[in-house]
Design a protein around this ligand. Structure first.
Ligand SMILES: [Zn+2]
Length: 224
């Protein structure tokens, strides 16, 4: 898979064109560049100038206190919508990722390098999951709470149901979020609303991004 950190987009011949600065199409900024669609020499104005496209996939080990969603078989699988492909976890403040698997709770220092992330703590140190309008600070207790939650008896290998792979790890991560909410006297968030409000929109963005990446890898550019 191409390096997805170098995607740019610009307007030309009535389209939005996406390409990679390392890809077959040279940087449109250079005078000799041509539009990959119409073949015209590019003379881009201020409004059509290339803009770097933000990569929605992040290294989960560098994103403290986040809900993380990754694909078992690499980020390309995020474009597919198979539950069994997906795995979710929670990062602690030091980038250790906790997740529930058929071997019980895993604590991993690597393997979550390409994730869809949902930050659970705002820069001002407050929990950002919905329904929270308070100002409780969690970060200092985060690692301890996560460790305590993960040591509970209910996360044993025996209780992990393989048929519901996605739902078990999801239940664990959401369970932790809800425990945080409830410990601060807030209503727990329902699985469906958490999924539709927070997870699906980010997955769609990542999925679209990866589709464009794959198209660029194959054809050198993507245009709308
Ligand atoms: Zn053009």
């Amino acid at each position: 898979m191409m390096n997805c950190n170098n995607m740019i987009t610009f307007r030309h011949c009535g389209r939005s064109i996406y390409t990679c600065v390392n890809g077959p199409t040279v940087l449109p900024r250079r005078q000799s560049s041509r539009c990959p669609v119409c073949g015209d020499r590019l003379r881009l104005g201020l409004l059509d100038a290339p803009v770097r496209v933000h990569n929605p996939l992040r290294n989960g080990h560098l994103e403290p206190c986040c809900f993380l969603l990754a694909a078992q078989h690499g980020p390309a699988a995020l474009t597919e919508w198979s539950d069994s492909e997906l795995h979710v976890g929670i990062s602690n403040s030091k980038g250790m990722v906790y997740s529930y698997t058929r071997s019980g709770v895993q604590r991993q220092q690597e393997g979550w390098e390409h994730c869809v992330i949902l930050p659970l703590i705002a820069p001002d140190n407050h929990l950002v999951v919905p329904g929270n309008h308070g100002n409780l600070s969690f970060k200092q207790n985060w690692d301890r709470q996560l460790e305590m939650f993960s040591s509970q008896e209910r996360w044993t290998p025996e209780r992990f149901s393989e048929e519901e792979f996605g739902s078990c790890c999801y239940g664990y991560a959401l369970g932790f979020i809800n425990e945080l909410l409830m410990s601060s006297d807030r209503e727990p968030i329902e699985r469906d609303s958490f999924t539709s409000l927070h997870v699906l929109p980010r997955m769609r963005t990542a999925s679209k991004y990866l589709s464009v990446c794959q198209h660029i890898t194959q054809y050198g550019y993507y245009s709308t």
